[in-house]
Design a protein around this ligand. Structure first.
Ligand code: LMR
Length: 337
């Protein structure tokens, strides 16, 4: 920018003008922290959002993505968002309990969704919208739901029948529903930050864990787990959230552009998630380090029978009405378990 009139100003004044002009051009920075690898559905979607957001705001907004718990671990990142140390996160739905949003644990109920299309009726419909709205009172705005996928169980022994879980110490996320789930199988749950899981498996602090294969593969858990049972017993996905004060304070044209970028990044996330997990499963098989176990229909039925009680036991925590409204939306019939 050429500013010939500056030459006519006293030096101090000209310098002050320059620094104000430079300040006015500073981009607004959004720090987006997450705990998974770059090469996962969430990691790729975060990077895609960055690209769209920076393009569409013509550089007026800069998105700094911090993957792999580089900046904060699970619990700390939620605190950092509330304090305004980061502006955007996409925690797994199993991690909203500490925010006082226990309803999000409804997504942890075993076997509640058969596939992505059933799930999307909830996350992309009115139930999803009303769940996100509940975050407002916590000083947080929920922008979108992003998929990962269905969880598999891993351990150093084959987990085929519920009895096989007896005595196993299994890492879980902070959700109380997941605690009830592991106990229903006879296992001992242990809450642990995602960034600590590999080492805990390696040193035997825990015997096994659950996650979609994209996380299992990119965290190299196949190096330290002998068996992976393709159980698809529960869902793991994310809510993208922002600090409300920050978001409401953005110039409205920038906020609109960011909302558009988020809408398109959400489509991207949900389009790639299944393939990312399918590819990760092939990669795990190729590694030759973890034996992949497919359940027979009878074994799967035994898991369902052992886990249905988790739904009833979680009613007081999550709300019976919310569970029923999801059953209605997806056609889930507990009597068919
Ligand atoms: C986990 O903590 O197991 C996962 O939810 C991590 C993630 O964000 O996918």
């Amino acid at each position: 920018m050429k500013l010939p009139f500056l030459r006519a100003l006293p030096i101090g004044l000209a310098a002050a003008f320059c620094s104000v002009a430079a300040f006015a051009q500073q981009p607004i920075v959004i720090k987006f922290s997450h705990v998974v690898a770059v090469d996962t559905p969430k990691g790729k979607a975060a990077d895609y959002f960055k690209k769209l957001a920076e393009e569409r705001t013509k550089g007026k907004v800069k998105i700094e993505v911090y993957p792999n718990s580089q900046l904060y671990k699970d619990k700390e990142e939620l605190e950092a968002l509330q304090l305004g140390a980061v502006q955007m996160l996409a925690p797994s739905l199993a991690k909203f309990g500490p925010l006082g949003a226990r309803e999000f644990e409804v997504f942890d109920l075993p076997f509640i969704f058969d596939d992505y299309s059933e799930l999307h009726r909830v996350t992309q419909g009115p139930i999803g919208a009303s769940l996100l709205k509940k975050l407002d009172s916590k000083g947080i705005i929920g922008l979108a739901f992003w998929d990962n996928g269905f969880k598999e169980m891993s351990a150093n022994k084959p987990l085929r029948m519920p009895d096989d879980f007896r005595g196993q110490k299994l890492r879980i996320q902070s959700s109380k529903v997941l605690d009830v789930q592991m106990r229903a199988l006879g296992a001992t749950p242990q809450v642990m930050a995602f960034s600590e899981v590999y080492q805990a498996l390696q040193t035997g602090v825990v015997d096994g864990t659950e996650n979609p294969v994209s996380n299992f593969y990119t965290q190299k858990m196949y190096e330290v787990q002998k068996y992976l049972t393709i159980s698809d017993h529960g869902y793991l996905g994310y809510a993208v959230i922002v600090n409300k004060k920050f978001w409401d304070g953005l110039p409205s044209e920038l906020r609109t552009a960011l909302e558009g970028a988020m809408k398109d990044a959400t489509k991207f996330a949900n389009d790639i998630a299944k393939k990312e997990n399918d590819d990760a499963l092939e990669a795990v098989k190729k590694s030759g380090k973890t034996q992949v176990i497919a359940l027979t229909p009878a074994e799967r039925t035994a898991w369902k029978k052992a886990l249905l009680k988790v739904h009833q036991e979680s009613e007081s925590r999550i709300g019976k009405d919310l569970i029923q409204s999801i059953y209605k939306e997806t056609g889930f019939d507990p009597s068919k378990f």
